[in-house]
Design a protein around this ligand. Sequence first.
Ligand code: HEC
Length: 207
Amino acid sequence: MSMKQKFVATLAAAAVFGATVAGPVGAAEQAKAPANGATYPSIEKTSADSPKQHKMSPEFQAQVKKLPPEFVQQFKKMTAKHTRYSEEATARQVMMELLSDVQCTTAGLMVENGEMVADCAVRASRHRWPKGHLLAYVKLEQINADSLATLPKINEQVEGGLERVAEMALKKDFVSAGAEMGKVLSGCSSCHSLFRFGKGESPHIVE
Ligand code: HEC
């Protein structure tokens, strides 16, 4: 081997070694994210950083305009951690992602895999926005401060709860994490009983 070849070979070995050393350390740090404040989701970001501006119906715009500015401010603050915006997915599709991450969370709890729980729970808690924002999928007559006033509590229960589940699971307190998860699930159904309509009934079944 010439001097030059030797030099290149050494560099290549250093690069590979560097990667093998850095890899597992980075992964371990990410897994501890909820406790140490590192960024989540731990997957590469796939959706947009800012919402695509859609032309909304005049009726929708009129309803949104009627919302008190304080309410809009509070709503924005409450949802600030959601920084991924889908340009394609509907609310139902995002909800399916949420369901999948919640199932992964409960599976992790059952087998006491704290890292699995934390990854899935935090990803669920910080789900992406559907195309046109979640409000676009709410009934027009429910877009008002009175109907939407229930959201901060539900949000705390579901998204706050998922973050707590992640923290508890990383501390290996699976009993508390399981109990907290129960509250999360009842938060999902509270929101559904208020804002989810139509279960996809068949128009062909007459009687
Ligand atoms: C802020 C209110 C809200 C919360 C909280 C919420 N959902 Fe939803 N969810 C909706 C709405 C609204 C729909 C109906 C969307 C549509 O049909 O366009 C829906 C629909 C769904 C669907 C589709 C199934 C169907 O029959 O339409 C699934 C699955 C789902 N949600 C899962 C969850 C899970 C799991 C949680 C808790 C981790 C959750 N959702 C929390 C509002 C919410």
